[in-house]
Design a protein around this ligand. Structure first.
Ligand SMILES: [Zn+2]
Length: 125
């Protein structure tokens, strides 16, 4: 499986300038955050929120997918995670962070990019 990492060094340092989308339930500081609120929070951090994963997206927040309709039940893949792989083929790296990683970013910290984990799981299907 071809993986394109672009300028990503394995970590996401900021939400500033990022175009963000999400999949699954995103939990920040123990609370489930609705998409509308997430969009506002991201805006205050200098980023943008979009509902769909397109070539514009630079960051996917990977929330909890359990209990939701997912494309592949076995590995709990959503369409958006598969889109991340499709963007790879177009040489567009989309960074992926977990809810915990997203919380870190909101607190001014650094989140690990889970892109390769996602790609590895996809190639194992
Ligand atoms: Zn990345």
């Amino acid at each position: 499986m071809y993986q394109y990492s672009g300028s990503c060094n394995g970590f996401v340092n900021t939400l500033r300038g990022q175009t963000v989308t999400m999949t699954g339930k995103v939990v920040v500081s123990g609370e489930h955050v609705k998409r509308e609120n997430l969009a506002k929070i991201i805006k205050t951090k200098g980023g943008r929120f979009k509902n769909d994963l397109t070539g514009q997206i630079s960051l996917l927040v990977h929330g909890d997918l359990s209990g939701q309709v997912v494309t592949n039940m076995k590995i709990q893949f959503s369409d958006k995670l598969l889109d991340v792989i499709n963007q790879d083929r177009r040489q567009h790296h989309v960074c992926v962070v977990s809810s915990a990683g997203f919380s870190e970013l909101l607190n001014g910290g650094t989140a690990k990019c889970l892109h390769d984990v996602v790609a590895d799981r996809a190639s194992a299907v």
